[in-house]
Design a protein around this ligand. Structure first.
Ligand code: ZN
Ligand code: ZN
Length: 139
């Protein structure tokens, strides 16, 4: 370690990041940007978030799709796994958005997670088709 270094603020890139706190190894934002941002641990992985205050308490982008999926009723989770297994990506994502009301980015994350789970056989048995294989995208 070489003591406080002159990092650029991760947000505005115009000012040095905040290094006043001797206990903090490195804060990624300058004073001005830090005042507009807040920090909290992701409820999924516990990693520290640096985001606008109106997003406080939300999970990180990696955990968000998993948490949205885990919070769904079982019937909806099975429905999503079926859509992921049987539909092309675009239709599966649309179905996920219909079932969850979440945004496109979150739906894409859920589809990606569930595609791997269905492919690897870790999805619920009742969400798989009779042959247990994933049909090729017919769209
Ligand atoms: Zn800044
Ligand atoms: Zn997380």
């Amino acid at each position: 370690m070489t003591g406080p270094a002159a990092y650029d603020c991760a947000l505005c890139r115009a000012k040095p990041a905040w290094t006043r706190h001797p206990s903090a190894a490195h804060h990624p934002l300058c004073d001005a940007c830090a005042a507009t941002y807040t920090t909290w641990p992701c409820p999924g992985c516990g990693n520290e978030q640096f985001r606008p205050p109106d997003e406080e308490g939300q999970p990180c982008p990696q955990c968000e799709p998993q948490l949205i999926f885990a919070a769904l009723p079982e019937a909806n989770r099975a429905e999503i796994d079926r859509a992921v297994a049987e539909l092309g990506a675009i239709h599966a994502i649309k179905r996920i958005r219909d079932l969850t009301g979440c945004g496109l980015r979150q739906a894409m994350g859920i589809r990606g997670n569930r595609y791997l789970a269905v492919r690897d056989g870790t999805a619920d048995q009742n969400s798989r088709n009779s042959s247990g294989s994933i049909p090729r995208n017919a769209s």
